[in-house]
Design a protein around this ligand. Structure first.
Ligand SMILES: [Zn+2]
Length: 64
């Protein structure tokens, strides 16, 4: 049984590749680039991922 606990980021691959809204996960709407989000892929290693938002979430800011 493989189960990750703790540090797994709460974002999907699509969200981390700017293919879905980073705030709500929608991918069937126009997506607007929203800068970069730092996600910890490995302990102590933060990588900046380009993310996008749907029109409903314009102004979204990474909260980290
Ligand atoms: Zn959204």
């Amino acid at each position: 049984m493989k189960q990750q606990t703790g540090a797994a980021p709460p974002y999907s691959d699509a969200q981390l590749h700017a293919l879905a809204c980073i705030a709500c996960g929608r991918d069937d709407v126009e997506l607007i680039p929203a800068g970069y989000l730092l996600v910890e892929n490995h302990p102590g290693q933060l990588l900046p991922w380009p993310v996008a938002v749907c029109p409903d979430h314009l102004g979204w800011e990474a909260s980290c």
